[in-house]
Design a protein. Structure first.
Length: 231
């Protein structure tokens, strides 16, 4: 591998990615939709009196684990700056619908710039420069192979797991509650926890009743579910 000067290593910090999350779409009046769907089960529309009735009923169905009514509301997110380590964990949630950037068709250095996620433990260690050097070296070899006629679908094999991959996901509120419960937990992998925490904070603003029982710990950048008291 060709040698890299200290100034080049400093310049390679430009390939370090930062995550971003965009809420693309969400069910309008989502919590009222949930309430009305739930009231269909009991034909209790005479009790429909938002916002008080909405909060009372949604908290009640969550407490009683009548979670199917939460499936009538959905949200779609675009996530950038997450690694393929992250996306491989995320797509394990099979009740979520993903559309992911294809390494088979997208050419790095042409359609989009190459970047990688730098784990904090490596960033704070003596391995940071070598990590970035190796990632940049892999990208250079990838580009050389593509220019020489190697298909992108084969050249991509050299790219590291830290390579970023844009992804759009859609899921109903019930599935998001499950995702947040396991991926925002303090024991979850740091990267998926970091990104899911951003999504959780957005959903707590967009649907504050549905996600009210998630308590956020800013110090650890994690969240835990709390149980509503029995009424």
């Amino acid at each position: 591998m060709e040698s890299i000067t200290p100034s080049q290593v400093k310049d390679m910090s430009e390939i370090v990615a930062r995550p971003s999350v965009e809420l693309m779409a969400i069910t309008p009046n989502a919590e009222q939709v949930i309430e009305l769907a739930c009231r269909t089960c009991y034909l209790s529309f005479h009790r429909y009196n938002p916002p008080a009735s909405t909060e009372e009923l949604i908290k009640k169905v969550i407490r009683k684990k009548h979670h199917s009514v939460l499936e009538h509301a959905l949200a779609t997110f675009r996530i950038k700056g997450g690694s393929r380590v992250f996306t491989h964990e995320l797509v394990r949630h099979r009740l979520m619908s993903p559309s992911q950037e294809s390494q088979r068709y997208v050419e790095y250095g042409k359609v989009r710039n190459f970047d990688v996620v730098l784990p904090p433990t490596i960033e704070q260690s003596e391995f940071k420069s070598r990590y970035l050097e190796m990632a940049a070296s892999c990208e250079r070899l990838y580009s050389e192979m593509v220019k020489a006629g190697v298909p992108k679908e084969d050249a991509r094999y050299i790219l590291p797991n830290g390579t970023t991959s844009e992804i759009v996901i859609s899921a109903n509120f019930r599935e998001y509650r499950h995702i947040f419960a396991v991926r925002c937990h303090p024991r979850a992998h740091w990267e998926i926890r970091q990104i899911c925490m951003i999504m959780l904070e957005i959903m707590k603003k967009e649907a504050p009743i549905v996600f009210d029982d998630f308590t956020i710990d800013k110090e650890t950048n994690s969240a835990m579910l709390i149980d509503y008291p029995e009424s």
